[in-house]
Structure formats: C-alpha cells, structure tokens
Design a protein around this ligand. Structure first.
Ligand code: ADP
Ligand code: MG
Length: 337
C-alpha cells in the first residue's frame, strides 16, 4: 500500500509547484478568501499554505490524509459534474507518502471551540489555538526518494514554478487575496479585488502580470453582452477574458492562460484556436497573449483524464475550437477606443 501510494504520488507530485497547486485547490474548495504561501528553499524544505476557509472537522481529520478520501463527491455519477477543484481524494495522501505533512485546522462554526494539529506521520492529534481555516505544512519533499529529489532544479527555479502555480490560481480568482513568502520575505502579494466581472479581472491581470499585459489588451466576451437573450441562452459555451496585443518585443510565451470551468488547463484545441485568430486578424506578427475563461456544461468536458487535472477532454472539440476562435477574432477585430 505504501508503494502504491508512492507511485500515485509520482503522478501527482513532480516538484514543489505541484504541491502548491493541490494545496491551493483545497483552500479554494474550502471557500478561502485569503491564501498565504510560505516557502523555504524553493519549497523543498517547506511548503506551507494557510487559508481562512471552512476548516476540517475533528471527526474528518484522520481520513483527510487517506487515499481516496474526499469529502467532495459521493458517487461516480458526480464525476460528470464536478464543481470543485479536487475530487479524487488523492493529493493529500500522495503528498504524505513523500514528505512530512502536518495539518493545523479549525472549523468556522461553533461546533469546536479550538483547533487541531495533526501530525501526518504519527497520526497524533493535539488541541491548538487557531482562527478558523487550515494550514497545511509540507516539509522535506522527496526525503524518502533521493533519486527524485536529485531531479529538482535550483531553489530559484523551483520558486519560479511555485509562483507560476499561484499566478494561475490568482488570475482565476480575483476575489481571493494571495501572498507568497520565500525565506521569510514577501515575494508577491495580490489583494482581493471586490466587485467581480471584467473590471475585477482587469485589475487582477494588471496586479499579477503587470501593466504591460493589460495596457493594450482587448476584452473578450462571447457571446457578446448585447446579444439577444434568447440567442445567448442557446449557447452552451461562454468565453470571456482579455487578449493582449503587445508589440513583438514585449510578447511573452508564458502569457497564455486558459481556464475551463475555473480550472487552469493546457489544451491544444484552445491554443490552436487562439493562434488561428491572431493569425487571421493580426497576420501572425504577434505571439498571442491571453487570459481566457471558458465555461461550458460540465457534462461536456472530462476533467478526470490526468491525475493533475491539467488536461481535459472535450466532448465536442470543434465546438470549443470555433468558439474560442470567434471570440478572440471578434475581440481583436473590434475597433479600439
Ligand atoms: P480532494 O481535494 O480531491 O477531495 P485531497 O487529498 O486534496 O482530496 O483532500 C482530501 C480532503 O481533505 C478534502 O476532500 C477536504 O475534505 C479536506 N481538506 C484538504 N485541505 C483542506 C482545506 N485547506 N480546508 C478544508 N478541508 C480540506
Ligand atoms: Mg484536493
């Protein structure tokens, strides 16, 4: 069983950034509005994710670290329509098998008057003081598998990957505040943006990627907001976000962010569709840069393709390709103010 969980861990956890992604997913699933990441040595010595979410009940604590323990889906049927980031119940168990994990949590109800500290190794549980929320600490990643640890890059590189993982989350959730500390120093902070919608997204993009991205970006909204309501409801797909038209010198090949139902994905269909739109309208002079959010009926997309959930499979890829292409084309072609 130990071996099986270590193999599973290898699929979920490649490097510190994979842990960051899973822990932040969990914090968001728990309804957190403020998430703080603390790292030592690029995350290899310590990854700590603190949230102000719902916390975990004492009764559910021991199972949280067990394989296939998830509080998020009750049946296989639910897999068709997962609304949460997590659902496989694998991440915490996997991380436990390759690192030292502790969990400090307190529920946000009056059910329990104090928090609990759970030591993942010993299973020991201690009452502790804490505001509602959860802190998961992951120490000495890959301590038991030195071969894997050797594959890790420098601290600076691992830190950069962790920051990238946080960015991906931050763009999807302008309503949530994020902070990143490395070696005791604040390395990035993105304050929660009230209000929501395109205005909040614009602000968050500017905070996370800088003014350069947003200065010349155009809004993508498809179907367009002034489309007839009936026509609008007829659409299964909704696509929104921003597409940038920076000059070639400022183009970045890491400014392509795509999300499906709130989940960051890397998907050839989307990449290709966006690129086609740029080629059609701007004749290929520019590297596409964008943050695109696609929402569609959860039954029309399979997110359970890969353990890290970074790849998805669309039931109808053509529909998505056409949608993204049209959405980006019409945004780029629209006269700019
Ligand atoms: P999954 O997210 O797929 O359910 P995980 O292994 O990531 O599986 O987490 C296991 C369970 O632990 C979750 O279903 C949830 O009940 C609980 N949990 C983990 N992290 C948190 C958190 N930050 N806040 C509240 N509950 C959490
Ligand atoms: Mg999870």
């Amino acid at each position: 069983d130990e071996l099986i969980s270590q193999i599973a861990a290898g699929e979920v956890v490649e490097r510190p950034a994979s842990v960051v992604r899973e822990l932040v997913d969990n914090a968001l699933d728990a309804g957190a509005t403020q998430i703080t990441l603390r790292l030592l040595a690029g995350g290899v010595r310590l990854i700590s994710v603190e949230d102000n979410g719902s916390g975990i009940l004492r009764a559910e604590l021991p199972t949280a670290l067990k394989r296939h323990a998830t509080s998020k889906i009750a049946s296989l049927g639910d897999l068709e329509s997962v609304g949460t980031m997590g659902f496989r119940g694998e991440a915490l168990a996997a991380i436990c098998s390759i690192a030292e994990v502790s969990l400090l949590t307190r529920v946000d109800t009056d059910e329990e008057p104090h928090g609990w500290l759970l030591d993942g190794r010993s299973g020991e549980l201690q009452p502790t003081a804490r505001a509602p929320g959860t802190t998961v600490e992951v120490r000495e990643l890959f301590f038991a598998t030195p071969a894997r640890r050797k594959f890790l890059k420098t601290d600076a590189t691992e830190l950069a990957h962790c920051v990238e993982a946080m960015r991906r989350h931050a763009l999807a959730r302008p309503d949530v505040g994020f902070a990143i500390w490395h070696e005791g120093k604040l390395s990035a902070q993105w304050r929660a943006v009230p209000g929501g919608g395109m205005t909040a997204l614009r602000q968050r993009l500017s905070d996370v990627l800088g003014e350069d991205f947003i200065a010349q970006a155009v809004a993508v909204e498809w179907p367009s907001p002034d489309a007839e309501p009936l026509e609008y409801e007829g659409q299964r797909l909704r696509i929104w976000g921003f597409a940038g038209v920076p000059d070639a010198a400022r183009s970045r090949n890491d400014w392509q962010f795509a999300y499906v139902n709130g989940r960051y994905v890397r998907d050839k269909t989307i990449t290709h569709a966006a690129r086609s739109a740029y080629e059609d309208v701007l004749h290929g002079h520019r590297q596409p840069v964008y943050a695109l959010f696609i929402s569609l009926d959860p039954a029309r997309v399979d997110v359970n393709v890969h353990p890290t959930k970074i790849e998805v499979r669309f039931r109808d890829g053509r529909e998505v390709h056409q949608g993204v292409r049209r959405a980006v084309e019409s945004a780029l072609a629209a006269p700019r103010a």
